[in-house]
Design a protein around this ligand. Structure first.
Ligand code: SF4
Length: 180
């Protein structure tokens, strides 16, 4: 796992400031910018939005074939409205304080120890070391949260599987058949 300071230096060298263009909150090409959520993140967003969890997220739309004609996907996807995140209000995020890890850390992500930088008009903008450290800390926390979620999914799948013939979401808290 990388240290905060080394990662922060790399981030500062890339440079970033959000221009509030909203592109990362929108589908800019087919299936792009989907935001994957753990069950804990679904609850956090739902609470911030004052909505039931079923109204803020849907099954992540990449299904695998399971045993006995079942299908399943891992985790959830933030709901969209006409190609935009349903919480995007002009250039404002209505659940900003409760936004998921992916939104908190965009346009950066870690693949193991490697820093990946996605397309974004804010890249290349000067940032302070303190700002870069904040992003680095968030990226490392995100990586730990994602590893915990993956471990939880493995644990669930070691004792349960999607019901025969049904479509289900598998997350770290269980197997959830999807109806309709
Ligand atoms: S993070 Fe980048 S793509 Fe997203 S709103 Fe800010 S400038 Fe636009």
């Amino acid at each position: 796992m990388r240290g905060v300071d080394g990662l922060a230096e790399e981030i500062r060298d890339v440079g970033f400031r959000c221009m509030r263009c909203g592109a990362c909150c929108s589908e800019v090409s087919e299936g792009s910018n989907l935001v994957i959520l753990s069950p804990a993140e679904v609850r956090r967003v739902a609470e911030a939005a004052g909505l039931p969890p079923g109204e803020v997220a849907e099954p992540y739309p990449e299904f695998l074939d399971g045993p006995e004609k079942s299908r399943y996907t891992f985790d959830w996807s933030l709901s969209r409205d006409e190609g935009h995140c349903r919480f995007l209000d002009g250039e404002r995020c209505r659940v900003y304080a409760a936004r998921p890890w992916i939104c908190r850390t965009y346009p950066f992500m870690l693949e193991g120890d490697r820093l990946i930088v996605s397309e974004c008009p804010g890249i290349g903008t000067e940032m302070t070391m303190e700002e870069a450290r904040a992003v680095a800390r968030a990226l490392l926390e995100r990586q730990a949260a994602e590893a915990a979620e993956e471990e939880g999914i493995r644990r669930v799948l070691s004792t349960a599987s999607p019901p025969p013939g049904e479509t289900a979401v598998v997350d770290s808290e269980g197997v959830w058949p999807v109806h309709g």
